[in-house]
Design a protein around this ligand. Structure first.
Ligand code: NDP
Length: 502
C-alpha cells in the first residue's frame, strides 16, 4: 500500500509493519480469522484518498461465531470467577500497553481518521489509556446494598452483576477513544464484548485487539468485528445471543438499534447520538477567551464531534465585534494533512462526509444565510483529500437546515439574541440535547443558563472538556444512558435483589 506523507515525515517501523499490505482479520476467541465468506473492504487515508489497508468484512456467520465465543467466555470460570481486582489488573495492563505503543497508535489514528498527529498523540491515545485505568479502579468496587424493608424477619440485599455479552458499536470520529469509553466499563463490570469499529476507521481497534491479547485477557472476552453498518452492525444489533448494545453514532442509526432490540430479545440499549449544541456568548464575557473558546468548540476535529458548538448565540451589543473576531480566528486555522507540522485540523473522514457537509453549506447559502468566511473545499495540494475550509455563517433564521440538523463538519452558524427568554427558547428549540456552552463573567447568569438549557453537559467559560470521571450523555433525541464516571457502571450491570427469610 502506498502512503504519501508530507516531506520529512516518516512512520514508526511498527506502524509500517502493521500496514504491511496483508488483509486485517477479525479477532474472535483470541484468534485472528478471516471472514467466513472471505469478503473484505478497504479503509482509506482521508488526507490523500489512498488505500491504507484491507480488512475482513464480518457477516452473519462471523457474528454468530463471535457471540458463541463471548457467551462461552462469559460462562467460563476463567472470567466469571476472576476477582474484580484481577480484572482491574488486566485493564491496567492494557492501559500500560496503550501508553507503550502510543506513537504507533497515534499514527494509525491520524492515517485512518485524518486528525492532526499532535491531537491523536496528546489527546485521543493517552485519554483512552486513562479510561482503562479509571475503570480498572472500579472493577473491584462494584457493591450492592442492604435494603431495609417493611417485613420483620426478612433480610434484603442487592448484588450488581454483569449484563452478559455486550455489543459495542462505535463511530469514526474518536476511534480508539470511543472503543475505550465502552470497553473499559463493560470489562470492568465483568461482561464479555463484541466491538464493531466504524468501517472508515478500523485500524486502532484492530491494534487494540493485539494489545488485549498481549495483556492476557482470556479467549472470547474481547472480540472485534470489522465491517460496515450493514451487514455487520445490523447483525450485532439484531442478535438474540447479545444481551446489551452500547451505541454511539447518528440518531437515525440509533433508532434502528432500538428497533432491532425490540424485534429480537429486548436487549438493553444505551445510545449516544447527534447534537446541535448551543454555545452562548453574553455581552459581559471576556471577548478574547469567548471567541477562542467558541472557535474550538466548533472547529476542533473539523467539526466532526457530537458536542460541536454549531449554533453560536451572541448577545446583540457585541454581535458585530464577536463575528469579526470569529472570522479572524477561523482564517488563522491551518488545515492540512495531519502529519504536517503545526496543522490545527485535518480533512473530513470520507468523501461521503465531505459531500454531506458541502450539501448543507450549499443549502444554507441558497436559503440566504450570509457566509462570513470559508464555504469551499480546498483544492491545489489538498485536492486528493477531503479538506474543507472552516466556515462561518451569520443568520437569524432558526429554520435553516444548518441551524436544525447535525452538519458534523467545520460549519458554525452565528446568530444574535436580545433577551433571556428569547435565548432560552431558541437554544432549546432543537430535537437534540447533548451539550451546551455559556460564556459570561456573571456566574449567577451562567448557572441559571445551565439549569434552563436542555442538555446532558454544560460548559461554563470552557468547552469540549471530557474526563473519564465525568458522566456524559444526552437529553431528548441525543440519546439516553450516561457513559463515563460512576454512572457508566449502571449501563453494564444488572441489579439483583435477594430476599432472605430469617
Ligand atoms: P452512523 O450512525 O451510520 O455510524 C455509527 C456506527 O453505527 C458505525 O459503526 C456504523 O457502521 C454503525 N451502523 C450503521 N448502520 C448501522 C445499522 N443499521 N445497525 C448497526 N450499526 C450500524 O454514522 P455515520 O458514520 O453514517 O455518520 C453520519 C452522521 O451521523 C454524521 O454526519 C453525524 O451527523 C452523525 N454521527 C454522530 C456521531 C456522534 O458522535 N454522536 C458520530 C458519528 C456520526 P459503519 O460506519 O461501519 O457503516
Amino acid at each position: 500500500m502506498e502512503i504519501t506523507l508530507p516531506p520529512e515525515t516518516t512512520l514508526q517501523p511498527s506502524t509500517q509493519a502493521f500496514l504491511d499490505g496483508s488483509p486485517k482479520k477479525l479477532f474472535i476467541n483470541n484468534e485472528w480469522v478471516s471472514a467466513a465468506n472471505g469478503e473484505t473492504f478497504q479503509t482509506l487515508n482521508p488526507a490523500t484518498g489512498e488505500i491504507l489497508a484491507e480488512a475482513a468484512l464480518a457477516g452473519q456467520e462471523d457474528v454468530d461465531r463471535a457471540v458463541r465465543a463471548a457467551r462461552e467466555a462469559f460462562e467460563s470460570d476463567a472470567w466469571r470467577q476472576m476477582s474484580g481486582e484481577d480484572r482491574g489488573q488486566l485493564l491496567w495492563r492494557l492501559a500500560d500497553l496503550i501508553d507503550e505503543h502510543a506513537d504507533e497508535l497515534a499514527e494509525l489514528e491520524t492515517l485512518d481518521n485524518g486528525k492532526p498527529l499532535r491531537v491523536s498523540r496528546k489527546g485521543d491515545i493517552p485519554f483512552a489509556a486513562k479510561h482503562f485505568r479509571y475503570y480498572a479502579g472500579w472493577a473491584g468496587k462494584l457493591e450492592g446494598a442492604t435494603v431495609p424493608v417493611s417485613y420483620p424477619n426478612q433480610f434484603v440485599y442487592t448484588l450488581r452483576e454483569p449484563v452478559g455479552v455486550v455489543g459495542l458499536i462505535i463511530p469514526w470520529n474518536f476511534p480508539l477513544l470511543m472503543a475505550a469509553w465502552k470497553l473499559s466499563p463493560a470489562l470492568a463490570c465483568g461482561n464479555t464484548v463484541i466491538l464493531k469499529p466504524a468501517e472508515e476507521t478500523p485500524l486502532t481497534a484492530l491494534r487494540l485487539g493485539e494489545l488485549a491479547l498481549e495483556a492476557g485477557f482470556p479467549p472470547g472476552v474481547i472480540n472485534i468485528l470489522t465491517g460496515p453498518g450493514e451487514p455487520t452492525g445490523a447483525a450485532i444489533a439484531a442478535h438474540p445471543g447479545i444481551d446489551k448494545i452500547s451505541f454511539t453514532g447518528s440518531t437515525e442509526v440509533g433508532r434502528k438499534i432500538l428497533e432491532a432490540s425490540a424485534k429480537s430479545n429486548l436487549k438493553k440499549v444505551n445510545i449516544e447520538l447527534g447534537g446541535k449544541s448551543p454555545n452562548v456568548i453574553f455581552a459581559d464575557a471576556d471577548p478574547a477567551k469567548a471567541i477562542k473558546g467558541a472557535i474550538w468548540a466548533i472547529f476542533s476535529t473539523a467539526g466532526q464531534e457530537c458536542v460541536a458548538g454549531s449554533r453560536l448565540f451572541v448577545e446583540r451589543p457585541v454581535y458585530e465585534q464577536v463575528l469579526e473576531g470569529l472570522a479572524g480566528e477561523a482564517q488563522k486555522i491551518r488545515v492540512g494533512n495531519g502529519f504536517a507540522q503545526k496543522v490545527h485540523i485535518g480533512p473530513l473522514v470520507s468523501e461521503r462526509q465531505l459531500e454531506r457537509v458541502i450539501g448543507y453549506i450549499d443549502e444554507g447559502r441558497r436559503a440566504g444565510a450570509r457566509i462570513v468566511t470559508g464555504g469551499e473545499r480546498l483544492g491545489g495540494e489538498f485536492e486528493r483529500g477531503y479538506f474543507l475550509a472552516p466556515t462561518i455563517f451569520s443568520s437569524e433564521d432558526d429554520e435553516l437546515s444548518i441551524m436544525r440538523e447535525e452538519v458534523f463538519g467545520p460549519v458554525a452558524v452565528v446568530t444574535a439574541f436580545d433577551d433571556w427568554d428569547e435565548l432560552v427558547q431558541r437554544a432549546n428549540d432543537t430535537r437534540y440535547g447533548l451539550a451546551a456552552g455559556v460564556w459570561t463573567q456573571n456566574l449567577s447568569k451562567a448557572h441559571r443558563f445551565a439549569q434552563a438549557v436542555h442538555a446532558g453537559t454544560v460548559w461554563i467559560n470552557s468547552y469540549g472538556l471530557f474526563d473519564a470521571a465525568a458522566p456524559f450523555g444526552g437529553y431528548k433525541e441525543s440519546g439516553f444512558g450516561r457513559e463515563m464516571g460512576k454512572e457508566a457502571l449502571d449501563l453494564y450491570t444488572n441489579s439483583k435483589t435477594v430476599w432472605v427469610g430469617l
